[in-house]
Design a binder for this molecule. Structure first.
Ligand code: PM9
Length: 461
């Protein structure tokens, strides 16, 4: 008899060579641990965590090739061979002319913001990111959100929710003048919108507009390869292009970049700043010495630069991205089957649960997303991250930002967990969802001054 197979599944384009054993905990142990952590999943000890979905940042599994390259790191203080390999990889795959390595993304943001922003400047961007906006503000800038409205609606199925609303940008230019706008801060696969992509058509339109006014586009390329995957899958004319080609084209439409290599580039530490402008490079090369280290290592070991160079190439493999995003989609579909409200369409690096819809009886001041993240941990030892009012922080005048999106991010580390882990996560989310009405909110009892979500403490109401 002939098999009636209509479905052809994807599978990971790798096999496992080494495993890390996980610790299982009891519910009682977890209740104690989260209370001691002030109901903040950032303050849990990782040994008390079963499946760690806090972040996809620096939590990647490196390949045997990356570990091999790691051993060849040139640890010279100056002029390391590994630096030149990293520079060559960035020039080859992303096309930027000049690069300055940094120990991670926010260090690149610090240097770039200091160079390009003057007090009172306006920085339009397609949704804020915590560290990016803070560095813009510390440099004297004012962030202005110019992402399309659909990005703030968890239910909108717009295929490119990361897109810039050119009319919003135009309004800013008319109001403040182009001279007050040193650059547009453009993130690919917008993190806080739910890992949502920017389309190439939108980026081309943005390029044409900014060219008219002589405004730079600075690209937060932390998850550019995931964005390229969505363009390949969803945008007319790109279905036959490779991720490598699409990434190169995206970068070619921008003037410079900051990168946290801890995400897309499949390493555990590292980042860089890139620019096509010699003057900006010269200043960055000088500033990096103050904050990070010499311009040929920027706070990284030679071995880290080797691993990034290999990781960049691996991240642009079509099969890698198909499996990477495929795993996220698998989890998202399972959660939807159980009725758990998630941001749609399913994004690139994680599932974002809509905490306002999950816990509608809690006001935003009772921290629904923070509460839900704590409840997920108690239920199964799965660690997730709040991406709502706590992450949004306060304005310069001390008032809280009240973001429309109040989300819990189930972030999937790259090449780390299996499909069986995804089943356990979805079942736990379903279990918490079933008893949602009995869940009480939180009050904040300690608030640090900067990026409060990392270290704030809470108590049960
Ligand atoms: N993102 C994340 O978990 C790491 C910690 S949360 C602040 O999503 C973008 C889009 C990021 C990002 C970090 C950084 C900063 C810049 N842009 O963490 O400093 O998602 O390497 O990068 C985190 P670093």
């Amino acid at each position: 008899m002939k098999n009636q197979i209509i479905k052809r599944s994807w599978a990971e384009p790798y096999k496992i060579k080494m495993v890390e054993l996980l610790k299982m905990t009891t519910r009682q142990q977890r209740i104690k641990a989260i209370k001691e952590a002030g109901y903040n999943t950032f303050l849990l000890k990782s040994e008390d965590v079963y499946i760690d979905l806090l972040t996809d940042s620096g939590t990647n599994s490196m390949s045997d090739r990356q570990w091999g390259a790691f051993m060849t790191g040139d640890e010279a203080y100056a002029g390391s061979k590994s630096y030149y390999k990293l520079e060559a990889a960035i020039q080859k795959y992303y096309g930027y002319k000049y690069i300055v390595p940094t120990h991670q993304g926010r260090a690149a943001e610090n240097i770039l913001s200091k160079i390009l922003i003057k007090k009172g400047d306006i920085i339009p961007g397609n949704m804020y990111f915590t560290t990016t906006r803070l560095h813009q503000e510390l440099a004297g800038g004012i962030f202005a959100d110019i992402i399309i409205d659909e990005a703030h609606d968890p239910l909108s199925e717009h295929p490119f929710k990361g897109n810039v609303d050119i009319d919003k940008l135009d309004k800013l230019v008319k109001e403040h003048g182009a001279a007050k706008i040193p650059y547009v801060s453009l993130a690919t696969n917008v993190n806080l919108a739910g890992g949502q992509p920017v389309s190439m058509a939108n980026l081309k339109e943005l390029r044409a507009y900014t060219n008219k006014y002589n405004i730079r586009i600075i690209h937060d390329m932390t998850r550019v390869a995931e964005n390229a995957y969505f363009i390949q899958q969803r945008e007319f004319g790109y279905e036959k292009k490779t991720i490598k080609e699409i990434v190169f084209e995206i970068c070619s439409l921008t003037d410079g970049a900051t990168m946290s290599a801890k995400k897309d580039a499949l390493v555990n530490i590292g980042g860089f700043m890139a620019t096509n402008e010699w003057d900006v490079f010269e200043e960055a090369r000088n500033l990096v010495v103050v904050y990070e280290g010499l311009h040929t290592y920027g706070g990284l070991a030679g071995r880290d630069m080797e691993a990034i160079a290999v990781g960049i190439a691996e991240s642009l493999d079509d099969n890698h991205q198909k499996a990477r995003v495929g795993q996220v989609e698998y989890l998202g579909h399972k959660m939807m089957e159980y009725g758990v409200p998630i941001v749609k369409p399913i994004g690139g690096h994680g599932i974002f649960v809509d905490a306002k819809a999950f816990l509608p009886h809690l006001t935003q001041d009772q921290f629904p997303a923070q509460t839900l993240a704590a409840e997920m941990y108690i239920d199964s030892g799965v660690r997730t991250m709040e991406r709502g009012i706590v992450s949004a922080g306060r304005k310069a005048n001390g008032e809280n930002y009240y973001p429309k999106l109040e989300l819990v991010r189930f972030t999937i580390p790259r090449r780390v967990y299996t499909q069986a882990h995804m089943d356990v996560i979805a079942e736990s989310a379903a279990h918490v969802y079933d008893k949602r009405k009995s869940i009480k909110g939180l009050e904040m009892i300690y608030e640090p001054k900067y990026l409060r979500f990392f270290q704030a403490k809470f108590a049960k109401l």
